[in-house]
Design a protein around this ligand. Structure first.
Ligand code: ZN
Length: 133
């Protein structure tokens, strides 16, 4: 099976450091306009404490993203460092390019509060703080 594999940065359940979740497609979600492939964690491993575990399917969503915070009560997150950098670049750009997001992610799927120019500076601050972690 040539499944798309993605790596998410998650919090290690044992040592709370940054661990890696190997993600694999686990079904489809989205709307009739746009079908999104849902990813579930299949394996989580931590380079800091050596924790490693194959994740049973029923627990595929039981992980905590490393790059996650809240902005005015909304959840602001990125799946990994590259995703965070893309989000920062997109929010920072005045002319917001579509091209910075990988295929399958469209600007329409981003929430309104994130696209709102008024929140730009504050969101950027939040994202850059996340980047420091
Ligand atoms: Zn660990």
């Amino acid at each position: 099976m040539t499944a798309v594999r993605a790596l998410y940065d998650v919090r290690c359940v044992r040592c709370s450091c940054r661990a890696v979740a190997h993600m694999a497609p686990s079904g489809r979600t989205g709307t009739y306009r746009e079908v999104l492939v849902k990813l579930g964690a299949v394996r989580i491993s931590c380079p800091h404490c050596g924790y490693a575990r194959d994740v049973p399917q029923r627990e595929e969503d039981a992980y905590e993203l490393w790059y996650a915070t809240s902005f005015q009560g909304e959840r602001l997150w990125a799946t990994n460092r590259a995703d965070l950098d893309r989000l920062i670049a997109w929010v920072a750009a005045r002319q917001r390019p579509r091209a910075v997001f990988p295929e399958g992610v469209t600007i329409e799927t981003l929430p309104k509060w994130l696209k709102n120019g008024k929140n730009r500076a504050a969101i950027l601050k939040c994202l850059r703080r996340l980047r420091e972690t």
